[in-house]
Design a binder for this molecule. Sequence first.
Ligand code: NAP
Length: 476
Amino acid sequence: MWQDTPTRLLIGGDWIDTAEHLQVINPASLTPLATIGDASVTDGLQAVAAAHEAFPAWAATPTRQRAEILRRAFDIMTVEIEDCARIIVLENGKAWSDALGEATYAAEFFRWFAEEAVRVEGGFRPAPAGDKMIITTHQPMGVAYMITPWNFPAAMATRKLAPALAAGCTAVLKPAAETPLTALWVADVLQRAGLPDGVVNVVTTSASGPVSAAILADPRVATLSFTGSTYVGKILLEQTAKRILPSSMELGGNAPFLVLEGADVEQAVAGAMIAKMRNGGAACTAANRFYVHESLVASFTDSFTAALRGLKIGPGIDRGNHLGAMVSLAERDKIVALVDQATQEGAVVHEVSNAPDEGAFVAPHVVTDVRHGSVLTRNEVFGPVVPIVSVSSQAEAINMANDTEYGLISYVYAADKGAGISVARQLQSGMVAVNRGLASDPAAPFGGMKESGLGREGGFAGIHEFLQTQYLAVEL
Ligand code: NAP
């Protein structure tokens, strides 16, 4: 039952109450959902102490046993997937289908890393000079501090926890203040799966800055794994630089969506609906700016607008709604302000339908006559806004796509897959979806180039974010 979700800090296997408390609000109804613990710096450091104490035994636990706990967590999540989706909907606001999709994706990280835990390879070879054997092995880093955003409260937590636990690290997880319940629920699943006390600790707080700064300054912490904005990522990198702390950064995006001459418009619109509208546009992977060949721009705009018009907007808890609420009124207002600025710059804004008056809802907007370099192409909009730029050539589309400090993901629709792959190879982004609207997969390396991040999560690379290589030189 989602109502049984813990609301206190998880430290050393116990649910600990705090002096202060924090309210979680349902953004669709703007009513209070739960009152949770509001950790102080002292609470944060207690969580570090618990993770540090649990580390030696967990690191020494055979990988098969670690893998089996992760697999049980996958099984529990799969049985209780609707509970997870319900909590996501209630605290984040997204549509039911998006929440169910996220919960399923989140659970997959436990299954994938249960499989990866036992498959980390080392190396063994004679040195070219013939004087020694070169043995390469890996050790868990130690206590991992994890900070996650509100837009995928389950998946961003499991994408870090699963590889860290598989690698033999222990963890302190700090979820976003708007969406802490999902992380607490995931931690409870891990406890029920048999995870020893102290291996995962969760601190929820309204004081992210001071609590995180104290945790990162603590010598017992060995690595940081952050998902969130590039702005906050840079603040954290300044802090981790002081201790040369390994830092994995999954940061913001500004994904271009290219529709090239000869592309199938209906297929491109179907892909765009996923790339833009999954999570109501509040995804780092969300298509943020559309570069459409001038020969297709009219048909693409008409067809996309018609598809958006078919979406039902309302509380995600009603399963018939396709587009839920933004996470907060503040987030809604940011989106509205960007659209207003676009109008002032001369773009033409078409509100496709109406959003409910109550709650943090935003209706889809299609914006035409957009100039590359204008406000909607420079900023990560994080909402259901579709800015369309007309381009006259493939080269122009590629140049505009690359003209950003971000490099997380790009989407390409081309006349055929060969042309799509050729364009993809010229795009400066860590991921490119070719003739499809979704790339994320627990089995694939997720991450960005340029200011979109450092490191990769998922795939074969994900576990190595929590391992360090050790080379043994052994006399022959
Ligand atoms: P955010 O403002 O950067 O917050 C992310 C996390 O950092 C939250 O837990 C937040 O806590 C915490 N935080 C904020 N200020 C901090 C500080 N000074 N020190 C330590 N922690 C701090 O991002 P958001 O608005 O939640 O999420 C949206 C952003 O995340 C977008 O830019 C999106 O592209 C990015 N994102 C990237 C990926 C990826 O994989 N690349 C995935 C999802 C999202 P509070 O909640 O308490 O502020």
